[in-house]
Write a protein that binds this ligand. Structure first.
Ligand SMILES: Nc1ncnc2c1ncn2[C@@H]1O[C@H](COP(=O)(O)OP(=O)(O)O)[C@@H](O)[C@H]1O
Ligand SMILES: Nc1ccn([C@@H]2O[C@H](COP(=O)(O)O)[C@@H](O)[C@H]2O)c(=O)n1
Length: 618
């Protein structure tokens, strides 16, 4: 979408629900939004009002700023934006002295101004809307299969919700185009650090933060979310179990973490260990950051909190060391007497460690013995975080998602295959070249064995041997466009086929399959260049799993991924609210062309068959 060149072009004010207005960035519920259409100098400040949608939209201010930036005569001062509904108050403008509520129009604003349901909201929504069968179907645990490809992220494309996670976990995407990059919400990398009291969690976090000095990192302590004690509890504080999960206000913790994940600032309580109170010390403002670390004894206890984390670290320190440190800390720093400390330890701290903390160790991705003394572990963690920060936002969240690093060559190829003026020959040539890249990257994820060979000069060369038991499976028809590239890379590879008809009873039907009989012993490269609703992918993966292929042996190769306009429940699970709107806003012709990829490719290929002998028609 083109943005208006001058403020005057923003007029007329859009009415609620208008879909055809040329620049419907906003509509006003009382049609008094002159502040944004008035070409005279303005100073705007946005005051947060409570979000009317289920989640906040951080892109509101982004796009508005852009709008504002295009208007040379108007100035905007943005204080904060908290939701899809913003209240805009005009200041320093005598003629416009009212305040009005504006709502960002959802239907033609480059897809970024709509409220989003994501993360937990998305997952909950999914759960509500789907029946058990559908859930089972979609919750194929794709933890360990790879989906690999290059992908043009649709504008505003955000993967959210549980199904989206499972299906997109393994997507390899091209770096988004400029406009898409603007609309993909920034994703902080969330690290959870758990472990027994005084195990060295804070020390480990401090060391990580020190090493990441050039990044924006914030630390959130679970301690900040201790419930305030009632008068009665305070009177008998020695009987209170501070190590039980119920001692924490997990709902508030979830709320704060959710906001930080959506790039919003939060005020976090400061817990006072001496008075056992929250609120004695003023709250701490925590700004959104690239890395968020949540540290606490029970950071992994609640599955909803765990689900927010991209990396989980458990600090594993000897219980005696923990006790010794605790005694020192509680007596010296908290001013408690040794007897109280020991009583608390034997009555609550140790039992809770055994019952609630230690059992969460299994959720950890990394276990650090010796805490802060373990410099090797901390260096490796920092290295991993740096790698993640350098990656595409989606890869930070989905560990099995691989993005082929976008080069100008790759962007150039994507541009060519989208260009209506591209000749048949070039379309086939560049699609094939792009597919070849994806295939090569995919093959790079196969296991290998070490192999020694003798070189012609008689020396020993230690190299690797390719993984032998492979096969390709193409989803007919478009998947077949990837077969030549696979054959070119893997001599004599067996290729099976799956045909999924899109207009079955429930939107898709498996109508044909021809797979190698020993497929369960093979690594499978699943070929389908276009991901639309994800239905075909789900069908294909389910079939492979039914045939006994372990998920970890599936590598899904993709070229382009886009959500499809569909009213099916699958669609809802896949994309959540934003996606539905996004899709309806996308020019259907674009999607249509993508969905016709296979047809187009083979039609062109047939017409080129005389010219090019390189392609083997199936
Ligand atoms: N490796 C270590 N060697 C010595 N003292 C340590 C070490 N790690 C932590 N400590 C001390 O132990 C106490 C508890 O450490 P801390 O990092 O606050 O643990 P936690 O956050 O798990 O409660 C602090 O007084 C800290 O200085
Ligand atoms: N008022 C309180 C609150 C908590 N504790 C103890 O703190 C420990 C957790 O803190 P870490 O920094 O060590 O993670 C936990 O074991 C609680 O028993 C307390 O003593 N008094």
């Amino acid at each position: 979408m083109q943005w208006p060149k001058s403020p005057a072009q923003i007029s007329p004010i859009c009415k609620r629900g208008t879909k055809s207005t040329p620049f419907p960035v906003i509509f006003c519920n009382n049609e008094t939004c002159a502040c944004l259409t008035d070409p005279s100098p303005l100073r705007l400040s946005v005051l947060p009002v409570s979000a009317s949608g289920p989640a906040t939209n951080l892109h509101c201010n982004h796009k508005i700023q852009k709008l504002k930036g295009l208007s040379s005569s108007s100035q905007g001062v943005w204080e904060s934006v908290t939701g899809p509904t913003l209240q805009i108050k005009t200041k320093e403008v005598e003629t416009v002295n009212h305040s009005t509520t504006v709502r960002l129009h959802r239907h033609s604003t480059d897809h970024v101004l709509s409220p989003q349901v994501s993360g937990m909201d998305g997952a909950r929504k999914c759960n509500k809307r789907s029946n058990k069968k559908e859930r089972e179907k979609k919750e194929i645990n794709t933890q360990s299969f790879y989906r690999l490809g290059t992908c043009d992220l649709p504008h505003g494309f955000q993967i959210s919700g549980r199904f989206a996670r499972s299906i997109h976990r393994n997507l390899e995407v091209e770096q988004p185009t400029t406009s898409a990059a603007e609309s993909v919400p920034k994703q902080p990398f969330v690290i959870g650090v758990a472990g027994g009291a005084a195990s060295g969690k804070t020390t480990v976090c401090d060391l990580i933060i020190q090493q990441l000095h050039d990044q924006r990192v914030v630390l959130v302590n679970q301690d900040s979310f201790y419930h305030n004690l009632s008068e009665e509890e305070l009177m008998r504080v020695h009987e209170y179990n501070f190590d039980h999960p119920d001692a924490f206000d997990t709902e508030q913790l979830l709320c704060c973490m959710g906001k930080l994940r959506h790039w919003q600032a939060v005020d976090i309580p400061n817990y006072d260990f001496k008075s056992y109170k929250n609120g004695v010390v003023p709250k701490r403002r925590v700004n959104p950051s690239d890395v968020i670390i949540l540290e606490g004894i029970l950071a992994f206890h609640d599955p909803r909190v765990r689900e927010l984390m991209n990396m989980k670290i458990f600090v594993d320190t000897d219980p005696d060391v923990r006790l010794a440190r605790r005694i020192r800390r509680d007596t010296v720093e908290k001013g408690r007497d040794i007897r109280t400390v020991l009583d608390q330890y034997s009555n609550f701290v140790k039992p809770a460690f055994d019952d609630f903390i230690l059992p969460t160790k299994k959720y950890a991705d990394i276990i650090i013995p010796r805490g802060g003394d373990n410099h090797v572990a901390i260096d490796l963690i920092v290295q991993h975080i740096r790698t993640k920060l350098g990656q595409h936002d989606l890869c930070k969240i989905y560990p099995n998602l691989y993005v082929i690093q976008s080069t100008f060559q790759i962007r150039g190829m994507h541009t060519l295959i989208r260009d209506a003026k591209t000749t048949k020959h070039d379309f086939v040539f560049y699609s094939d070249r792009l597919i070849r890249l994806v295939v090569e990257h995919g093959l790079g994820h196969l296991p290998f064995t070490e192999k020694q060979v003798i070189t012609p000069t008689g020396s020993v060369y230690t190299g690797v041997d390719f993984c032998k038991r492979l096969c390709g499976v193409s989803v007919i028809r478009s998947g077949e466009s990837m077969e030549n590239a696979l054959r070119a890379c893997c001599k004599g590879i067996k290729i099976g086929k799956i045909l999924i008809h899109r207009e079955g009873d429930n939107g898709q039907q498996l109508i044909y399959e021809k797979l190698p009989t020993d497929i369960s012993d093979r690594h499978v490269l699943l070929l389908d260049p276009i991901l639309g609703t994800g239905n075909s992918a789900v069908q294909a993966i389910s079939l492979l799993i039914r045939k006994g292929v372990p998920e970890s042996n599936i590598i899904f190769l993709n070229l382009i991924s886009a959500p499809q306009a569909s009213d099916s429940p699958d669609m809802i699970m896949f994309t959540a609210v934003l996606h539905l709107q996004l899709v309806s806003m996308r020019p259907m012709s674009t999607i249509f062309e993508f969905f016709q990829f296979g047809l187009y490719f083979f039609q062109l290929l047939k017409s080129l068959a005389d010219v090019s002998s390189n392609y083997q028609l199936c």
